[in-house]
Write a protein that binds this ligand. Structure first.
Ligand code: ARG
Length: 731
């Protein structure tokens, strides 16, 4: 697009059938064609179409247009986004007069600074079925008049565009109240909201491919927005509205109260709308006196010192020091030990992201937490008595690491440490740690919860072959984790991978090989007849998130000999997955069709651990996959490899790696001889209790420093932290 100066915008320009539009468009078309037909890419240039004229607060007319280039593979470097833009810019440049930014192209006054060229994929703009294209244009005037958008059900098309414009200087707020869509792959069925009038790839604000249950809103960065509906099945239903809103300057002066219990709130720009790209905010705080600082209590958001990489989910400058924000599943407190700090926020994402809010208050700089409380690394304050009690009160385990070894207290005089209680292993010679384990008790994260809601002490009650819950729910849905062949430990074939050996047919029936574009890229595990579980980082880049490129190979021992190859319907990546820290590295894959039950013994789900599930020293754990066999290996093994590893405590893991989140779990052997490696990602770390118990999915291969290095264990996603997240998607 570009801006034509010195032309007055008239409302007729919004109607592409109007005489005014047609004559303006043909003039511009002539000029643009002329530029490209006399350029270095003349032979590749095919046509230009002026699609819209709009106006902003700079005056003149904004021209939105698309051009078609037909490019043989060899010539593709000549038509890059920047190159095509540069051609237009160069032409304007040679006609610049004086100091103005407006140059005259065959008499057309074009503002050089406004030229923006972006790649649009033809498939985003047109649909395959001819004549199924529909376009609607709507305009909103200030102030606050809301325009309903219930237009859609009457359309028959596969690909429909709704173009929204509003008065110059305003922004558009789109509210989606209801949207019915089959959960899908997000490619063939989706509503994409663009921060432009054309479907520019670099200007996607938001993409919707799941049904909307509660209404939410999205704000644009200028006075245009495009909704692109792409649906294959006939039953579409969209309800919502949009309105013009004034751009807000997010800046405030805040005086905090002397009493730390009195709080106020700060919000992300346009809250509760999604946070638009490029938005920013500045808060200047002032506490009543110099001994008081400012405490910001964030909901599901955390600020951390900026590392070498940029910030992905918010860029913060607090008294000239830079921090990055990220989304997490718990609250945090950020304290600024200054009585008049300046806090600046800038959105660092190209898309709209979740809004945030925080409550602020004063706090005593010399004593951040009340007496008898412990200060967590998350900034939370917890009672000192909760330190080393086996529960993660701090939300980052800072109250549970570097604890002295818990004493067992087997004599019965003082209470047993919760870690030893009913963990399935007799820790006390007199056996008192394993009695009355099915008695009902108050619930906590380390106790097993039955379906009716009551909790029992036994930690690993699920699918252990004993009815522990009154409602027997602990033994329901237990068709999992029991391979028909059980030769674990016996080695067949030569030593391979990072200390692994060949597996046997049917030994790991939940193991999946995930292929991207036909090549092994990650591992996964079978959860049910149509769901797999894997790691989020396998799908984090644009193309990797498209389910159409993936296939799942099930019931396979040797690469190429899968019993079943399944296509993927959709990929659900955890909403808090963090590309920099690998926190929340978990994803679910839904198959297009369930695998046939006749695959029975060779394909089988793995058991999901309950949140209370604990792995003791007597459990045996194995990691499996077709990944590399040593750090700089060049060839992947063809037979599924297995390696026996032990789980490390979080304390020991932090000694190797420093920051390890509660969602991570380390496993390996001190020498490093057994480990996972590249290509194993997303695959299972499974453990079983002694005596022929079932196998449970304890970890998902996530990351590590190199492979098989001494004292640098493999890091896995801690699956029992995600039990309810998993069930919320698959059941
Ligand atoms: N991220 C790796 C992958 O994509 C897995 C790394 C596991 N490394 C390790 N040393 N355990 O396959």
């Amino acid at each position: 697009m570009f801006r034509v100066a010195n032309v007055e915008f008239i409302p007729e320009f919004r109607q592409e059938e109007s005489l005014e539009f047609v004559s303006m468009a043909s003039k511009i078309q002539h000029v643009v064609s002329n530029v490209y037909k006399t350029s270095s890419v003349a032979r590749l240039y095919k046509q230009v179409v002026i699609s819209d004229l709009s106006n902003n607060d700079k005056g003149g007319v904004l021209v939105h247009f698309w051009m078609v280039f037909v490019v043989p593979q060899l010539k593709s470097p000549a038509v890059c986004e920047e190159c095509v833009g540069a051609i237009l810019r160069d032409s304007v440049h040679t006609s610049l007069k004086n100091r103005s930014s407006v140059g005259y192209l065959l008499g057309l006054p074009v503002d050089i600074d406004s030229i923006l060229v972006n790649v649009v994929h033809r498939s985003d703009y047109t649909s395959s079925g001819a004549g199924s294209q529909c376009v609607d244009k709507l305009h909103a005037n200030l102030p606050g008049a809301s325009v309903p958008l219930n237009v859609y059900s009457s359309w028959g098309g596969v690909s429909c565009h709704v173009k929204l414009t509003s008065v110059p200087g305003s922004l558009i707020r789109l509210t989606v109240s209801a949207f019915f869509i089959e959960p899908s792959d997000c490619v063939s069925e989706a509503l994409t909201v663009y921060d432009a009038l054309l479907p520019m790839r670099g200007r996607i604000l938001h993409r919707l491919c799941e049904p909307v249950s509660s209404s939410f809103s999205i704000v644009s960065t200028s006075n245009v927005m495009l909704l692109s509906f792409r649906m294959t099945n006939g039953n579409k239903n969209f309800r919502g509205h949009f309105e013009a809103i004034a751009d807000e300057v997010c800046m405030s002066q805040i005086e905090t109260h002397l009493d730390p219990d009195i709080t106020g709130k700060i919000y992300s720009p346009f809250h509760p709308s999604l946070l638009p790209p490029q938005s920013s905010c500045t808060w200047k705080f002032e506490t009543p006196n110099a001994v008081l600082g400012v405490a910001l209590r964030f909901h599901n958001y955390v600020l951390k010192a900026k590392g070498l990489k940029g910030c992905e989910h918010g860029w913060w400058k607090i008294n000239e020091i830079i921090f990055c924000g990220s989304y997490v599943g718990h609250n945090t407190v950020f304290r600024i030990d200054d009585h008049s700090p300046k806090v600046e926020f800038r959105c660092s994402s190209r898309h709209s992201v979740q809004p945030f809010h925080a409550s602020y208050s004063s706090y005593n700089i010399s004593q951040p937490c009340p007496e008898s409380h412990f200060l967590c690394s998350t900034g939370l304050c917890v009672e000192k008595s909760r330190r080393c009690d086996g529960l993660d009160d701090c939300q980052d385990e800072s109250d549970e690491v570097f604890c002295s070894r818990p004493t067992k207290n087997c004599d019965g005089h003082s209470p047993l440490h919760p870690l030893f209680v009913c963990n399935g292993e007799t820790d006390c010679a007199n056996g008192i740690d394993e009695i009355n384990c099915t008695q009902e008790t108050t619930c906590s994260a380390i106790r097993y919860q039955c379906s009716i809601g009551s909790c029992i002490l036994k930690k690993n009650a699920k699918c252990d072959g004993v009815r522990d819950c009154q409602d027997s729910s602990d033994e329901a849905d237990c068709a999992c984790g029991r391979p028909s062949v059980n030769k674990v430990g016996s080695s067949t074939g030569p030593e391979r991978i990072v200390g692994g050996v060949n597996s046997n047919e049917g030994e790991w029936p939940w193991q999946v090989s995930l292929h991207f574009n036909g090549n092994l890229y990650c591992g996964a595990s079978v959860l049910s007849s149509d769901w797999l579980i894997s790691a989020a980082h396998c799908f984090s880049k644009e193309r990797l998130s498209d389910p159409r490129y993936w296939s799942a190979h099930l019931g396979m021992l040797t690469q190429g000999s899968a019993k079943h190859v399944a296509e993927i319907r959709r990929i659900v990546v955890h909403e808090y997955y963090n590309d920099y820290t690998f926190d929340y590295d978990i994803a679910l894959l839904q198959l297009k069709k369930p695998w046939p039950p006749s695959l029975g013994p060779l394909v089988q789900p793995i058991c999901l651990p309950s949140p209370s599930h604990t792995v003791t020293d007597s459990h045996r754990c194995w990691v499996t996959g077709w990944g590399y066999r040593y750090e700089d290996d060049k060839v992947l093994p063809s037979v599924l490899q297995k390696a026996k590893v032990s789980l490390l405590s979080q304390t020991d893991c932090k000694k190797s790696y420093g920051p390890i989140s509660p969602r991570m779990l380390c496993a390996g052997v001190p020498s490093g001889e057994q480990d996972a490696c590249r290509g194993d990602s997303g695959g299972p770390l499974t453990c079983r209790a002694p005596g022929g118990g079932r196998w449970f999915l304890i970890g998902i291969v996530s990351w590590g420093a190199g492979c098989g290095r001494p004292n640098l264990p493999g890091v896995y996603t801690r699956v029992n932290k995600f039990t309810s997240w998993i069930y919320s998607h698959i059941s």
